[in-house]
Design a protein. Sequence first.
Length: 308
Amino acid sequence: MLGLTHVLVVKLYLFYDAVVILVPTRELALQTSQVCKELGKHLKIQVMVTTGGTSLKDDIMRLYQPVHLLVGTPGRILDLAKKGADKLLSPEFQPSIEQLIQFLPPTRQILMFSATFPVTVKDFKDRYLRKPYIINLMDELTLKGITQYYAFVEERQKVHCLNTLFSKLQINQSIIFCNSVNRVELLAKKITELGYSCFYIHAKMLQDHRNRVFHDFRNGACRNLVCTDLFTRGIDIQAVNVVINFDFPKNSETYLHRVGRSGRFGHLGLAVNLITYEDRFNLYRIEQELGTEIKQIPPHIDQAIYCR
């Protein structure tokens, strides 16, 4: 799977010659900055990360020191730009992106990286990228190495089905997606009551709590993580080999980002979708739009297709 989604890399001169990497969530900003620091440690590149939920004053003071690469979320970067010092092109982010572009010099360079190419991304490309060079790896990379199944269930059967999956699958780490914050917390409580280790994360949690959960799960402190779509965008956790859509998504873009949390770094992955009667049309449409097949789950799943 393509690792970055809706990441806009902009070469600009807000403060002095620098590169700014804009990402849609705070967790992805922290992850991306760590990668940049690792890649740049032998090049004497100073990397800074800035997101909401932290001190704006401290970030401004940090920018008095050399910063060659700045990683952050759009709102925080825009705050810094205005002072001179959660899907980037979705309705809540696009106005900030467009305002940021107004700070750029005419000689700017903009690069866009996306795992999907919805209409909003195409419209943005047509408006702001001058004669862009397009590299499309979708046919080669989309859902490669991920085996997809569905289990047709009633809503009241979902927790029992999940319990069965836990007992039968060889899970290194799993990410379980729900469609609302309330369902995330309720499901995490149910999973804990069943005797399995479980964390949960969503956008309404305090940032310190989110950071701690993300860090601990990434380091293997817990096997299962229940979350909303906050956690779909570009997050790379190598040990995740199973993704479960406890609630099936409504569009193919969200589905692609969710199941792509498994099968990272060339590893194999497994996606299991719990499908209710109301989900059947979305299942068919997503298969058609992605040109993929989601098969009915068999009684036994060979570990060789998702464990390596």
